[in-house]
Structure formats: C-alpha cells, structure tokens
Design a protein around this ligand. Structure first.
Ligand code: NAG
Ligand code: NAG
Ligand code: NAG
Ligand code: NAG
Ligand code: NAG
Length: 183
C-alpha cells in the first residue's frame, strides 16, 4: 500500500516535470471534453496532423491533413470519441469522450504537428464513481428496506410483550375462576 502511494507520488512528479497541462475529473457514465488547442490562427487545415493518444500508445483519434481518421483506433473508443470539426480552423482540436468508464482514467496526449512546428498537450484524467447512479440504485432501496425492517422490529418488540402479558392475564383469570368456582 505504502509502496503503491510512493510509486504514485514519484509517477506524478515525473509527469509534472515532463508536461502536465490539465487535470480533469470525469464521472462514470458521463462525458468529458479533453482540451487541445493551437495558438496559431492562420492554420491551413491540409497542413495539420493531430494525434490523440491514451496512456502513451492507444489510438483514440487522428487528424490527417485536417481530416478525421479512425484508422487504427482502439475499439475501446469506438463511437465514444467525438471531434468538433467546426472548431478546427480556430486551432481547437479538443475531443469529447462519452460513456466514461474507470479504464478511461490516465494520461491523454494530443500531439499537433504543423508543417513548421509541433506541439504536445497532456491531459490527466481521473474518473470518479457517478454519485447520482449510486444514490438511485443502492442507497435508496437499502434505506427503505432498513426502514421497513425497523418498523417490523418495533412491532415485534411491542407485540410480543403484549401477547405474553395477555396470555399470563388470561391464565391467571382462568385459574382464579377454577379455584373460585367450587366455592
Ligand atoms: C452509452 O451508454 C448508454 C447507456 O448505458 C447506451 O445506451 C449507449 O449505447 C452507449 N453509447 C455508446 C456509444 O457506447
Ligand atoms: C473547443 O471546442 C470545444 C467544443 O465546442 C469547447 O468545449 C472548448 O471550450 C473549445 N476550446 C477553446 C479553447 O475554444
Ligand atoms: C490508463 O492508465 C490509468 C492510470 O495508470 C489506468 O487507471 C487506466 O486503467 C489505464 N487505461 C488503459 C485503457 O490502459
Ligand atoms: C473524486 O474522488 C476523490 C476521492 O474519492 C475526491 O477526493 C474528489 O473530491 C472527487 N472529485 C469530485 C470532483 O467529485
Ligand atoms: C441501476 O438501475 C437501473 C434501472 O433503474 C438498471 O438498469 C441498472 O442496471 C442499475 N445499475 C446497477 C449498477 O445496479
């Protein structure tokens, strides 16, 4: 456990030294926009290649000569990665990742290769459990179930002494009647 934390700390420091541009938190089942933009505004789209990668190697999306390409895309991202072509001319190559799962956590790299130069941006994504789904499914039914159990328990606690008391009373009355009857 401690070793694991040390590893995470060292890992975080190493990433930090390389280039840690953005840190985001996404929720399972929800979506997130991973930002990536170039400051050059007079872009000729046909001169631009953009490569989106996850955890160093997995292909999410490519822009080859300004055109979307899903060739070589890891099946994990099939229909889950969306681009914003209207934004390309403004140098915005952000992508949206939908239906997030825990495996989507990690490091996303966006590499922009322009005819003259290149630029790399890193997004660190953390995935948290969706609180809404949790509440809908597990907590609420559990609460009402335990409520019902509590009501049942209270009923039993009240009813059992009452029944015992009544039976003792009946028994005593019966006995008294029997003993008093012959007199
Ligand atoms: C995203 O999740 C919803 C609900 O779980 C599902 O109906 C939909 O098909 C999923 N979309 C993709 C692209 O996986
Ligand atoms: C890029 O486009 C996305 C999608 O429209 C938007 O959410 C984001 O804010 C844009 N980024 C910039 C720097 O304009
Ligand atoms: C990517 O790396 C993160 C952190 O190391 C990990 O939680 C996640 O499962 C990895 N995902 C894939 C698809 O390799
Ligand atoms: C994500 O989860 C961590 C640890 O469970 C928590 O500290 C953090 O506040 C959460 N972030 C958001 C945005 O809910
Ligand atoms: C949550 O509840 C929905 C229906 O209310 C169900 O379809 C889904 O499978 C449940 N998810 C979990 C994790 O139990």
């Amino acid at each position: 456990m401690i070793i694991g934390w040390c590893f995470i700390c060292i890992f975080a420091v190493v990433i930090n030294e390389v280039s840690l541009d953005v840190t985001l938190v996404g929720f399972t089942g929800s979506s997130v926009v991973l930002p990536c933009s170039s400051t050059e505004y007079d872009l000729e789209l046909q001169d631009i290649n953009v490569f989106w990668r996850h955890n160093g190697s997995e292909t999410i999306y490519d822009l080859i000569s300004g055109k979307d390409s899903v060739a070589g895309q890891n099946p994990r991202y099939k229909n889950r990665a969306q681009t914003f072509p209207d934004e390309y001319l403004r140098g915005n190559f952000s992508i949206k990742l939908i239906n997030l799962t825990h495996a989507d956590a990690g490091e996303f790299v966006c590499l922009i290769i322009h005819s003259s130069d290149s630029k790399q941006e890193t997004v660190l994504l953390f995935i948290n459990e969706s609180t809404v789904e949790k509440r809908k499914n597990s907590t609420e039914p559990a609460e009402t179930e335990s409520d019902q159990r509590n009501v049942l328990l209270i009923c039993v606690c009240i009813l059992v002494p009452v029944i015992i008391f009544l039976s003792i009373a009946c028994f005593m009355i019966h006995c008294r009647k029997r003993t008093s009857a012959p007199l």
